[in-house]
Design a protein around this ligand. Sequence first.
Ligand SMILES: Cc1cc2nc3c(=O)[nH]c(=O)nc-3n(C[C@H](O)[C@H](O)[C@H](O)COP(=O)(O)OP(=O)(O)OC[C@H]3O[C@@H](n4cnc5c(N)ncnc54)[C@H](O)[C@@H]3O)c2cc1C
Ligand code: SF4
Length: 519
Amino acid sequence: MPTATVGRIYTGEEVTQDLAIDCDVCIVGSGPGGSWLAHELVAQGKSVVMLEEGGYHTRREFDLTESTAFANLYQDLGNRTTDDLSISLLQGRSVGGGTTVNWCSSFRTPDRILKNWAEVHGVSGVTKEALTPHWDHIEKRLHIAEWPLEQINTNNRVLWDGLGKLGYERGLIRRNVNGCANTGYCGMGCPIDAKQSMLVTVIPDAVEKGLTLYANASVRKLEHSGRRVSAVHADVLDPVTQRPTGKQLKITAKVTAVCGGALNSPAVLLRSGLDAGGKVGKRTWLHPVVLMMAMFEERVDAFSGAPQSVYSHHFTDRGPGKIGYFLEVPPVHPMLAATVGTNVGAPLIELMSKLPHLQACLAITVDGLLPEEQGGTVKLKAGAYSRLGFDYALGPANWEAFKDACKQMARVQFAAGAKKVMSLHYQPVVLESANDIDRLDSATWEKLKCRIVTAHQMGGCPMGKDPATSVVDSTLKFHGMDNLFVVDGSVFPTSLGVNPQETIMGLSRWASQHVAAAI
Ligand SMILES: Cc1cc2nc3c(=O)[nH]c(=O)nc-3n(C[C@H](O)[C@H](O)[C@H](O)COP(=O)(O)OP(=O)(O)OC[C@H]3O[C@@H](n4cnc5c(N)ncnc54)[C@H](O)[C@@H]3O)c2cc1C
Ligand code: SF4
């Protein structure tokens, strides 16, 4: 079979025959985990082939509509959910992974989380001191800086003002943007390349240094024997239909790094018979999110302006036995508002007619820190090509946190001047004033009675010292294998309590030394 040239991005339609390629490192997935790893390895002169299941979509195609974006840039066209439909999972799927569609919020990993990973999960060497030089480098390259208070939009301003009035801790979010025009379309792909996603920064840098990237290449299986992966097999997909064209790629690499993101990386490993004694895909964390919507007399225009610029970590650590949460806001574009909202029929029409006056707050719960939490389990789905099965267990501590968070969000929204606040129950609880907040106590706090969403999937291949309780070691090498690494958000032993992209980037750049050493 012919050998491909290097230093290019190929799309599915350009692969007109089966290809077999030899290289130093094969990277599965082009999100922040895969991209920073590729970048560092090509800089050291290693030959790297990256395979990305999603398409290669750029600024010219980002037409600011949700229908185009969800179809091209999200897993399962934006419809990924748990099997019981109780939690909606927003996850990226294109060159750049989640960074192409994410909302730019950038945080370093909290100290208490790194300490938990060391003390509870036996992770060694993944410390603040080890990661800091990588974060410094990444922040410089991606222009990560605090968004100025005078430029925050009204949606975020409500959170800022409400938090201030109640005396709750608040801060301005740092964003990875350069020349941001404050449009609000980060979730649909930045139309002016201001967002410093992997698509416009680290991937082009790496391609310039020799990275070969195949978009529309879905990795189906890692061939392995003994302690080594011998080849990576991918189906080439039609960029339009997303179905296999019948052409295949076989990559023979000295080292393989699976960087498909949480849920997807476990699925690749499970399909390959690498289940680490049943641990792969278990302990998947979601930062499960509950929301409250508020109606304001004045226009909020929550679809316009930098989506996230204000946060509060006031409730992140709520003490022993309790699940903490942090507060931010989501952008409120029409499709997201209509589908995440729980109204149907006439109430939905009424709500959508008032969209410019709608404000939304979200509480992101910090899962994985309580000993009793199970998290999610990834399963393979027979007959479903790229769709996977996923369950997530919600216990009393989750529901207690959701209820408390909804009450606090309502307090914040009323403090900032909301006329009405609504829960996202399928029978919404409508609050007319802060005096009504305790009515949330009698709402039904159960799966499928209350909307729960997530845009932060983590875990499923947790790192740790003990192969009996973890999937990869502290260098991100798969236990029991000599040339297989997992480098993405799936290696987190717990969730973070902050938005995850910068942790993934720092960890990836840090781990590149270990991947290079295994070549
Ligand atoms: C709408 C939205 C908003 C968000 N906002 C923020 C934010 O503001 N700040 C923040 O920190 N985080 C945010 N996130 C989360 C963040 O983007 C993700 O945590 C991060 O991108 C995960 O990185 P990763 O490398 O683990 O995987 P991903 O970014 O998911 O990348 C993995 C890539 O691998 C590909 N892949 C999967 N399986 C295969 C396969 N079998 N073969 C080939 N390729 C495969 C996928 O298509 C994907 O492109 C947001 C996410 C979403 C969806
Ligand atoms: S808000 Fe800024 S970064 Fe986001 S899409 Fe608009 S210009 Fe791009």
